[in-house]
Design a protein around this ligand. Structure first.
Ligand code: SF4
Length: 153
């Protein structure tokens, strides 16, 4: 495997390292983004979430940011600030989250996040984002085209 390819083998001791605001982005992601490599990496993130991989939320660039087709601001204070705001929202919403770690995202967690994303209460991190209206539209459409879906759907 090339060093810049996404890792596909998380485990209990090797959780998926996901920058915090990317978990919000994952709610509405529908395989569109900055380029094909970015999309493939994000699809890999989503698939691992749906495979019940443990998640470690971080406030720094993750492997999605390693794509050469990223947003261009992965190291910026704006992105890190988004992570901190997202983490605050996620900590309040996910009772199973301990020290930024989620054992796995349950369907109930996902639906709870969606509800709070759709009503805007979990979206402080989204302020000023270029994708804001697209993500809002997907939420208004009940997330029906999002790749991340409840397992029991
Ligand atoms: S508005 Fe931006 S930060 Fe918020 S979920 Fe969408 S892409 Fe992510």
């Amino acid at each position: 495997m090339r060093h810049d390819e996404p890792s596909l083998a998380p485990s209990k001791s090797n959780p998926v390292r996901l920058r915090s605001h990317h978990l919000l982005c994952a709610l509405t992601f529908r395989s569109r983004g900055y380029g094909q490599d970015f999309v493939i990496r994000f699809e890999s993130f989503i698939d691992r979430i749906m495979q019940s991989s443990p998640l470690l939320l971080i406030a720094e660039p993750d492997e999605l940011c390693q794509s050469k087709q990223n947003c261009g601001g992965c190291d910026s204070s704006v992105s890190v600030g988004r992570d901190q705001l997202a983490l605050e929202a996620l900590e309040a919403l996910l009772p199973t989250m301990i020290n930024s770690k989620i054992e796995y995202l349950t369907d109930s967690d996902l639906l709870h996040l969606r509800e709070n994303f759709a009503d805007g209460s979990a979206r402080a991190a989204c302020k000023g984002c270029n994708w804001f209206d697209i993500c809002s539209h997907e939420a208004q459409q009940n997330f029906r085209r999002a790749r991340l879906q409840p397992r029991s759907r």
